[in-house]
Design a protein around this ligand. Structure first.
Ligand code: ARG
Ligand code: ZN
Length: 416
């Protein structure tokens, strides 16, 4: 037994992770000489060596293969780019993060309540909303709205004040579009719990409004990121997109200026728009929710990470909608409330102006379909590689996020 045991240990040490020796760089875009900068398309076309995780006008996070380190440093040098190494061995970091999550899973099994001690699985989140519906039959309704590619049930929870009045305005919230952005479902689930179990405090928000919430859009991807350190950084869905590659970016798959900007036609790319709009069962679910609620829908909010942004349309082009002042006002209410509560500084503005153009996203789609207020909220970065706030930070982040969402909802309730 001892021999077998130590053999297993030796194996697990020898194995390592896919990301052993990868480094995460933060490359600064400010103060670079005019006309100089990194050519992202070169990096992105080389996607076995580089993965561009995020970029905005200020900085980019780029994961670099061990073999590509000298080339990458030369490239930075040639373009006189300033950089910082955010993590020296991403594999090691993912491994320890994975072990910590496994440990917490055993320590805090699901027992009818979802706390903020750890991240939860899609199945646990579904169980949680089902349990809420059973416990609060007059105020909570759970509906199965579709099935993921791998067959997971996608369920919405509708939360009302139980007065039975139909046709109220609606706030539609979703989370978990991108698999690795774990703090998103966590924040959305926290909000669900607040609206249902701390109902008194939110009576005003439920007076003339119903809330409809889909906590994990990309259920397959979300589950995939939980099975090993190697899969932790997955972003897309899990439907095969070509002979060699899997997944499309659900937030590039909506049929509004689809694939016109900030998206890729390469099935292996992380921002692959799909073979056609709504090629995925998961995006069809969100599309149908948006249309079924658009007549009564006042705010659509999709929760992502990371970057501390409250983003509004347009995201496909550098133009502002006529009503941008309303969007800005609601967004600023969220930003100011968060700033006052915790000091965290969010930026508010159009997706294209603050980040980059990216067409085919759900925020533009919902806005165009009739939601007068539509946001992508990018929660703050956490952890060493920024998609992964450690479990100890969940509580603070989800509470802070909820403060912002409440402030925005209050503004919307006054406005419409
Ligand atoms: N980080 C998000 C993404 O890349 C931002 C989306 C913002 N919205 C937009 N329409 N561009 O999907
Ligand atoms: Zn995202």
């Amino acid at each position: 037994w001892v021999a077998v045991y130590s053999y297993a240990i030796a194996l697990s040490f020898a194995k390592g992770t896919l990301y052993d020796g990868f480094k995460m760089y933060e490359v600064f875009m400010m103060d670079r000489p005019a006309g100089r900068g990194l050519d992202y398309s070169t990096l992105e076309n080389n996607n076995s060596y580089y993965e561009v995780f995020s970029r905005n006008g200020v900085a980019a996070h780029i994961l670099v293969h061990p073999d590509a380190q000298p080339d990458f440093l030369n490239l930075l040098d040639a373009n006189t780019m300033n950089y910082k190494i955010v993590h020296n061995d991403v594999g090691l970091w993912l491994q320890s993060d994975f072990e910590m999550n496994q440990k917490l899973r055993n320590l805090y099994p699901y027992q009818g309540k979802l706390g903020t001690e750890r991240y939860y699985s899609h199945a646990e989140i579904n169980q949680f909303i089902e349990d809420l519906a059973k416990q609060n039959p007059t105020r909570v309704e759970v509906k199965t709205v579709g099935k993921s590619f791998e067959g997971r049930w996608l369920k919405t929870i509708r939360i009302t004040n139980g007065d039975g009045r139909a046709n109220k305005n609606v706030i539609l919230v979703d989370g978990g579009f991108h698999a690795r952005e774990w703090i998103s479902p966590a924040a959305v689930v926290y909000g669900i719990n607040e609206l249902v179990n701390n109902y008194e405090a939110h009576a005003q928000l439920l007076q003339d409004y119903d809330w409809v919430i889909l906590p994990v859009v990309n259920a397959d991807g979300y589950e995939y990121t939980q099975i090993s350190p190697d899969t932790r950084m997955w972003r897309k869905t899990r439907q095969p997109s070509s002979a060699d590659c899997i997944g499309i970016d659900p937030n590039r798959n909506f049929d509004f200026h689809w694939n016109e900007s900030g998206a890729s036609s390469d099935p292996c790319n992380d921002e692959y728009a799909g073979p056609k709009p709504f090629s995925e069962p998961e995006t069809i679910v969100v599309r149908d929710l948006i249309h079924s609620l658009a007549a009564r829908g006042k705010m659509y909010l999709t929760v992502h990470s990371f970057g501390s942004y409250i983003l509004y349309p347009w995201g496909y082009i550098d133009l502002l909608p006529d009503t941008w002042k309303d969007l800005d006002e609601v967004g600023r209410a969220g930003r100011d409330a968060i700033k006052a509560a915790t000091g965290t500084v969010y930026k508010v503005g159009s997706s294209t102006q603050l980040l980059y153009p990216a067409a085919g996203a759900s925020d533009d789609y919902a806005f165009n379909a009739g939601f007068p207020i539509s946001f992508t909220m990018e929660l703050p970065a956490g952890g060493d590689i920024h998609f992964d706030p450690p479990p100890a930070d969940i509580d603070r982040l989800v509470k802070e996020t909820w403060v912002g969402i409440v402030a925005m909802a209050q503004k919307v309730v006054k406005m419409y």
